[in-house]
Design a protein around this ligand. Structure first.
Ligand SMILES: *[C@@H]1O[C@H](CO)[C@@H](O)[C@H](O)[C@H]1NC(C)=O
Length: 149
């Protein structure tokens, strides 16, 4: 509990202050490789299970909300947003894809992607074993949409 308090204080004052202490509970970190296909999964605000198959490291450019989706799957915004490294993980991929399609903002508070944000928090701070070189892809908007059922 004391360690959690210290971490909470640390993150409250850090550049990645959006990371919430509740997300520091133990979760799995699964690495994904740029260039490979992965399935993003999240639950939207309507309670539907959404899935989308995409390429890790793909570059969708900016979405309608102005977010940077230049390195999908990287923990942190785009290819160059604040991060401890270029960590590519399943949970960060799911959060990026959710955010792109749902026009997400506000991290954990987003109604569609907040849970995916929380699931990606441990990857963002501890995904060192998933560090990869960023691919360099031209921005191309996806031609398909998620399936939500
Ligand atoms: C995202 O924003 C665009 C532009 O305002 C809109 O067309 C689209 O329906 C929005 N998507 C969602 C999931 O709200």
């Amino acid at each position: 509990m004391q360690i959690l308090s210290i971490l909470a204080a640390l993150f409250a004052t850090s550049a990645i202050g959006a990371v919430v202490p509740a997300a520091l509970e133990k979760r799995a970190i699964t690495c994904v490789a740029p260039g490979s296909t992965a399935t993003a999964r999240w639950t939207n605000a309507a309670g539907q299970a959404c899935t989308f198959n995409g390429i890790v490291g793909s570059n969708y450019g900016k979405n309608a909300a102005g977010g940077d989706y230049s390195c999908n799957g990287r923990c942190g915004a785009g290819c160059s947003g604040v991060a401890l490294g270029n960590f590519y993980t399943q949970d960060c991929f799911s959060h990026d894809i959710c955010s792109y399609f749902e026009n997400a903002s506000g991290g954990a508070s987003d109604k569609n992607c907040g849970a995916a944000f929380n699931a990606a928090a441990d990857d963002t701070i501890g995904g060192f074993s998933c560090a990869k070189s960023n691919p360099s892809n031209a921005a191309v908007a996806p031609s398909t949409k998620p399936v939500c059922v």
